[in-house]
Design a binder for this molecule. Structure first.
Ligand SMILES: Nc1ncnc2c1ncn2[C@@H]1O[C@H](COP(=O)(O)OP(=O)(O)OP(=O)(O)O)[C@@H](O)[C@H]1O
Ligand SMILES: [Mg+2]
Length: 585
């Protein structure tokens, strides 16, 4: 007797089923995908007992002819590709001709289908054994009913979870597909009860609203960006909302819902410095790439893809999300709704508006700019430097600003009152300047008339050693370092009241024991630490000029609405809200 035998096709189907059909949710996914591929505009899904008893999917798609229907149930019976070359760039969900025979081999299966209203065909398959087709009368479209999944494979049946948990998985499959095709009507019933009704809508945002509530969908930011042939669109959570609700993630590549850890990381990277490390944002993104740059044929359930040039795609997605965060509404209070940050300027409110302040001369370097260190000699008084700032008023229009509680800067905007937290805002400004300095290698510094002498403890000394190169780039120029004594000749000069010694001490203190790996991460860690320590504090009085300068610098940052800890820098109180409080509406 030969040792090697060729498996019967029934056994082969069951093995394939092991890869394609894991649980009710995978059956739901395959069937709904087929319906979408058939051009359905309405899809009805019903499940009994979480899909363990019955999964039925009906559509009004193209249907199958009496001739084609039995072929669809044969292994590798597919209408979607004929040549291996077609595999590159398939735009339908299915292409393997594997799903239906696999499902039919492990269930009691029935398909009723018709290509036009009236005459159709019905085929039953029990555990892979097909009965002859029967003629039926029905509407155009297809109904597939899958009963008693795994009835013939007790080992798999044992692994099914509770009805509740299987139902939840099925809903997840359906919602993912529903997001890729907002224009298709999808109705879902569970144990005879209507569970989910998704009318056809024009956008992903509306579909999300139908699934998770309008409020949730409204609070998401629009993402829309084109980088060469890569198009990224969709929605992403506002940084301030991250971590406040269940995390939801949806990604589609060329219309196919997939998981992709690399792209998820790219999205997270876009949020860096706007949310607390470790928090993970919700997002709903559709990425379109040239079809020959992605291979969809790498995962049995087609849940993952392979990119030819992953790096470029990840960077495009990161940039798209980053731009969306930059366009964040609160930033609009500073005058930058929509387009890029350098092109628009503050729009004064309609009557009664603030006086428009004319610039005295071209604005080139803001007050809190390390590059303009020479303007702020150590011996200058704060008042003198403030005058210099007013002289250097920005070209863009700045509204009258008021300091409240020596902590907030308030101003009037066309649709409300805006408060800026002076410390957070300055932190954001400095963070971006420091990052720029660290990355470009430029080290503007302020020479001290009297060098600082610092005695460090062993841990602080170690932190200094580990970060010396970066600290020097930021402007801390140190002469010799031995026996734990630092002689500091130059320091950065982020603002006139900057206490360099305290900043350096506090920075070394928080870097103590730090184990951040990688240059980019080190840059970020250092820039945010020094920014936090160097920024003006709450409780410091600011002159008009300083407030104006801070306002202008904040406006020039890429992410003005958030400090480096993810807190808001700007709070916007709309006139609507104010009027409601006063009972005017
Ligand atoms: N709801 C449907 N309406 C019309 N035709 C369908 C429907 N479901 C399946 N078919 C036909 O049956 C064929 C086999 O479907 P099956 O899901 O097994 O394979 P596939 O979709 O081609 O590929 P994959 O295995 O990757 O899903 C399809 O190619 C399609 O022609
Ligand atoms: Mg299919």
């Amino acid at each position: 007797m030969p040792l090697i035998t060729i498996l019967s096709s029934a056994v082969a189907d069951q093995i394939a089923a092991g890869e394609v059909v894991e649980r009710p949710s995978s059956v739901v996914k395959e069937l709904v995908e087929n319906s979408i591929d058939a051009g359905a505009t309405v899809i009805e899904v019903s499940l009994d007992d979480g899909g363990r008893k019955l999964i039925r999917v009906s559509d009004d798609g193209s249907g199958m002819s009496a001739e084609d229907a039995p072929l669809a149930l044969a292994r590798h019976g597919t209408s979607k590709i004929t040549h291996a070359a077609d595999l590159v760039g398939v735009s339908t969900f299915g292409f393997r001709g594997e799903a239906l025979p696999a499902i039919a081999s492990v269930s009691q299966f029935q398909v009723d289908t018709s290509t036009s209203d009236g005459e159709g065909v019905s085929i039953r398959v029990i555990g892979g054994k097909m009965s002859p087709a029967e003629r039926v009368t029905r509407r155009r479209g297809t109904t597939v009913a899958v009963s008693n999944l795994f009835f013939n494979i007790p080992a798999r049946l044992k692994f099914l979870r509770s009805a509740r948990s299987e139902w939840r998985g099925a809903v997840e499959s359906i919602t993912a597909l529903a997001l890729t095709r907002p224009g298709v009507r999808i109705n879902v019933t569970h144990d005879g009860k209507q569970a989910l009704t998704l009318p056809p809508v024009a956008s992903v945002r509306s579909r999300l609203g139908a699934i998770w509530g309008g409020r949730y969908a409204e609070d998401l930011l629009d993402v829309e960006d084109v980088a060469g042939p890569i198009h990224t669109s969709g929605l992403a959570q506002r940084p301030a909302d991250v971590g406040t609700s269940t995390r939801r993630v949806f990604l589609s590549i060329n219309g196919r819902a997939v998981r992709d850890a690399g792209i998820a990381r790219a999205v997270e990277a876009a949020y860096r410095s706007t949310i607390v490390a470790g928090l993970r944002p919700s997002f709903f993104l559709e990425v379109t790439v040239p079809s020959d740059s992605v291979d969809v044929n790498v995962h049995p359930a087609k849940a993952e893809v392979r990119f030819r040039d992953r790096w470029t795609i990840e960077r495009a997605v990161e940039t798209a999300v980053r731009r969306a965060l930059g366009n964040f509404d609160a930033a609009a209070s500073l005058g930058f709704r929509g387009a890029g940050f350098s092109t628009l300027s503050y729009q004064p409110p309609p009557n009664p508006g603030p006086e428009i302040l004319q610039p005295a001369r071209e604005f080139d370097s803001p007050l809190f700019d390390v590059e303009s260190g020479e303007q702020y000699q150590m011996e200058r008084t704060a008042e003198q430097s403030a005058t210099a700032i007013v002289d250097a008023a920005p070209a863009a229009v700045i509204p009258p600003l008021f300091q409240l509680r020596r902590t907030y800067i308030a101003f009037e905007h066309e649709d409300g009152l805006v408060l800026i937290d002076q410390h957070s805002a300055h932190e954001r400004v400095l963070y971006e300047q420091f990052m720029h300095t660290l990355e470009s290698g430029a080290a503007p510094a302020q020479r001290l008339l009297l060098p600082l002498t610092l005695h460090l403890g062993p841990a602080e000394g170690e932190a200094f050693d580990a970060n010396r190169e970066y600290l020097e780039r930021l402007g801390f120029e140190v002469e010799g370092f031995g026996g734990h004594t630092l002689i500091v000749n130059s320091v950065p000069m982020p603002h006139p009241r900057f206490d360099a010694e305290r900043c350096l001490r506090e920075t070394l203190d928080s870097l103590t024991g730090d184990r951040v790996a990688g240059t980019a991460a080190k840059h970020e860690r250092l820039a945010s630490t020094v920014a936090c320590k160097a920024a003006i504090k709450a409780g410091e009085e600011l002159s008009q000029g300083e407030m104006r300068s801070l306002f202008a610098s904040l406006r020039d940052t890429t992410l003005p609405a958030h400090d480096v800890h993810g807190r808001s820098t700007i709070v916007h109180l709309t006139w609507d809200e104010v009027e409601r409080r006063f009972g005017r509406r």
